[in-house]
Design a protein around this ligand. Structure first.
Ligand code: NZQ
Ligand code: ZN
Length: 400
């Protein structure tokens, strides 16, 4: 196993009605001006924005608001937020929404606190931020894990590049309020895409080609089983509080570093491949991962069939004989069957894309940073490998 450091400073406030504490929480922090940052209107329609502003008014906390964050959040909105923070002397950002809103908040926090450079340089990994405005979260969708993570992903409309920021602990939220009831209004597609993203945050760390820790493996396998079980429940019972709660907590645990302890940080090839789909074709992140994972898995599993066989047995209870490759393939099939059972795509066609060879080439070219980097550790993938995986995903293998 690898040495590791585990740091997860975010205070979690979990459960029914917890968001009503927001005014008092911010008052205790003695913040002078809060930016309430949100998306394209779901929190206006649900009444959450009014509940937040009422709570801040009652506590006597000043604020400004900035909505309009879209999925695959844009750099132009980040610039708008940075300007607003400067004009209004904002000293705290409250992200009320999902991963897109949280990531936009983190980018604004970096930009406002580092006026010496353009914030996009942190996403091009040319510069490293030295500070960030403090961030708090009221989460409305269980998916990205950004409420506890050290990362942020932003899309630059100039070239449609979707890139992850340099990872630092500076942007980890000070607190995250997780009220599962706030997720009841989600469309089913978003709920289930979120479940795939949560699974993938564990699987990216689980599928590494090195000796891991038994305790970390057990936590990961249990998280995966919990998400699979409750994602199925939510297909028929979107108002099931316990299932929403299990998914929400699993979402945070899957991306706060816990499942990477001893595994050397993870593989992350599927995420890299998917970010190009998000940047170019604006697909929903979890659905994009679902469309790619099976193709990635079939391309790489022979590097370490035992690991995939362990996954098949411990997550899907598939008996394992001596033929690890056969069990590995059964495990991959089982995960794809699960994706289909929650109406998630297992090919790019099902994701609504029909890509030409040249479009696929372009995705691989971008993902490999113009053929200058490899991705993944389970198997290191160069540009040609990436192209092959996109091609496999482009072929509909629903009836495999
Ligand atoms: O914008 P609004 O109107 O709020 O609508 C959103 C959006 O359309 C809607 N929604 C959210 N909560 C809702 C709701 N609709 C009704 N009721 C609610 N309670 O859902 C849609 C998706 O929201 P979004 O924030 O985009 O979803 P998610 O949390 O899946 O975030 C995805 C983004 O996070 C990034 C992804 O790349 C993607 O850009 N990620 C960030 C990570 C991180 N910072 O650590 C890690 C992840 O791997 C991921 O890459
Ligand atoms: Zn993700």
């Amino acid at each position: 196993m690898r040495n590791f450091e585990y740091y997860t400073p975010t205070r979690i406030i979990f459960g029914k009605d917890t968001h009503y504490q927001i005014g008092d929480l911010l008052k205790q922090g003695n913040y002078k001006k809060v930016l309430i940052h949100y998306g394209s209107g779901s929190i206006v329609r649900s009444g959450l924005l009014k509940e937040i502003t009422d709570s801040l008014d009652t506590a006597g906390v000043s604020y400004v608001t900035l909505g309009g964050v879209v999925p695959n959040p844009r750099l132009s909105k980040v610039y708008e937020g940075i300007r607003l923070c400067r004009e209004e002397q904002v000293d705290f950002i409250l992200a009320a929404g999902g991963g897109s809103v949280i990531d936009s908040s983190k980018a604004i926090g970096y930009g406002a606190a580092n006026p010496w450079t353009d914030v996009w340089n942190f996403f091009l990994k040319k510069k490293t931020p030295t500070d960030c405005l403090p961030i708090g979260v009221i989460l409305t969708i269980a998916a990205s894990g950004s409420e506890m993570s050290s990362s942020a992903v932003i899309t630059n409309e100039d070239g449609w590049l979707k890139r992850g920021c340099v990872k630092t602990d500076l942007c980890r939220p000070k607190f995250a309020i997780l009220n599962p009831r706030l997720t009841y209004t989600l469309p089913q597609y978003q709920t289930e895409s979120g479940c795939v993203d949560i699974l993938m945050h564990t699987m990216e760390r689980y599928f590494v080609n090195l000796e891991t820790m038994e305790v970390t493996d057990s936590i990961s396998e249990s998280l995966m089983q919990t998400v699979i079980y409750n994602a199925r429940i939510l297909m028929n019972e979107p108002g099931n509080y316990n299932a929403r709660a299990e998914i929400m907590w699993a979402g945070s645990l899957s991306h706060n570093g816990l499942t990477g302890c001893g595994t050397g940080g993870g593989d992350w090839a599927c995420h890299q491949l998917e970010h190009e789909l998000g940047g170019q074709y604006d697909v929903t992140h979890g659905a994009g991962l679902s469309a790619l994972w099976g193709s990635w898995a079939r391309y790489v599993y022979k590097e370490n069939p035992e690991r995939f066989a362990q996954f098949a047995t411990n997550v899907f209870h598939i008996p394992c004989g001596l033929d690890f490759e056969k069990t590995a393939l059964q495990g991959i099939q089982a995960m794809e069957d699960f994706f289909r059972s929650i109406q998630m795509p297992t090919s790019l066609h099902q994701l609504g894309l029909d890509l030409t060879d040249s479009q696929i080439h372009d995705l691989a070219f971008r993902c490999s940073f113009e053929d200058t980097r490899t991705i993944g550790v389970f198997m290191q993938l160069n540009m040609k490998d990436m192209e092959k995986i996109y091609h496999m995903a482009n072929a509909d293998h629903t009836n495999d």
